[in-house]
Design a protein around this ligand. Structure first.
Ligand code: CUA
Length: 351
């Protein structure tokens, strides 16, 4: 066989080299699309990356010296025909060198890290421009925005979002972490370090992005089945875009708070509607009927039977679906005229 041509030592060496190559290639693939710590896009991530590179370079130099020394000694002093392996007993200078230098290195790395940690962990400095609460729960994050007018909703509560966390570019933002159930961990590698969200305990970190963009993050503490999909999308907007985003987000949230459509909304969510229909980001998650999130942007309802989508057609449809389209899966719920009116008022907010 092919391998039989090689000595045992050669085969072991080839095996090790192959394994290393496979590890290198597969890790490169795995990282190609995911969050990658060494792509710092903010001051905190930059500090961590700098520390990383200093230690990495030092480690490579140490590796080269130590392995170089071993290989050199192994070849130079080895036993071979007509040559007895050289015997050593101590070498004061060398032993002192490889004790003192590593000690100095470890001490300086510690001091350096200590100094940087002050900066990395300083969530209470005077330049914090905004405080956002992040709550981890199986398996999502909920972000609560500050009690500022621009985040205020119709019912006097303040904006909350899921999945996406929006921050303004160039601003130091303190994230106050909490957990609803088990331990989660907040980590957006290109923006900063990671911090656990622990039930019953307050923890915090700060983030800052230098450039507008979307940065991927991942829950970093195994928290159950959905852990791998517990993602964070951190969006950093330029200040003007941030204002526009806040305005839109508040508007979207207000749709579900508007007193004018409150009755219809409550009807919709308490009647059979939610059993069949989905409205994104609400408790209506039925899958039998069409998704109504953007109902008013559709060209028709009842699979084309009624067009355009307006108050009149919605009223006809909701009052008695089978009368409009015989055989439709949507039953006649026997709603009163008032109920139909209220529900249609609410449906018209689904833009
Ligand atoms: Cu939450 Cu892992």
């Amino acid at each position: 066989m092919f391998v039989a041509m090689f000595s045992v030592r050669m085969r072991v060496a080839l095996g090790v080299i192959t394994a290393l190559l496979i590890a290198l290639v597969s890790s490169t693939y795995a990282l190609a699309d995911g969050p990658w710590p060494n792509d710092p896009q903010g001051p905190q991530a930059k500090t961590i990356a700098d520390l990383y590179w200093i230690m990495f370079v030092a480690a490579v130099i140490v590796l080269a010296i130590v392995d170089g020394g071993i290989i050199y000694a192994g070849i130079k002093f080895r036993e071979r025909p007509g040559h007895v392996a050289k015997q050593f007993h101590g070498q004061n200078f060398l032993e002192l060198t490889w004790t003192v230098i590593p000690t100095l290195m470890v001490v300086s790395f510690s001091v350096l890290s200590w100094q940087k940690l002050d900066f990395i962990n300083n969530t209470r400095s005077s330049d914090v421009g905004m405080v956002i609460q992040a709550q981890g729960s199986q398996w999502t994050w909920t972000f609560s925005y500050p009690h500022e007018d621009r985040f205020k909703l119709l019912d006097n509560t303040y904006l909350q979002t899921g999945e996406e966390l929006h921050i303004p570019v160039g601003m130091k933002v303190r994230i106050e972490l909490s957990s609803k159930d088990v331990i989660h961990s907040f980590w957006v590698p290109s923006i900063g370090g990671k911090k656990d969200a622990v039930p019953g305990r307050a923890t915090e970190l700060w983030v800052q992005a230098d450039k507008p963009g979307t940065y991927k993050g991942q829950c970093f503490e195994f928290c159950g089945d959905g852990h791998a999909d517990m993602l964070i999308t951190l969006v950093a907007d330029a200040p003007s875009q941030y204002a526009a985003w806040a305005q839109q987000a508040v508007k979207d949230a207000n749709v579900f708070l508007d007193p004018a459509t409150k009755v219809g909304r409550e009807q919709f969510f308490s009647l059979a509607c939610v059993g069949c229909h989905t409205i994104d980001k609400t408790t209506a998650q039925g899958k039998i009927g069409p998704n109504l999130t953007h109902l008013m942007s559709k060209k028709s309802i009842a699979a084309g039977a009624l067009s355009p989508v307006n108050e009149e057609n919605l009223t006809r449809w909701v009052s008695n679906p089978p009368a409009v389209k015989p055989g439709t899966l949507m039953p006649n719920l026997g709603l009163s005229q008032q109920q139909v009116h209220d529900i249609v008022l609410f449906l018209q907010t689904l833009k």
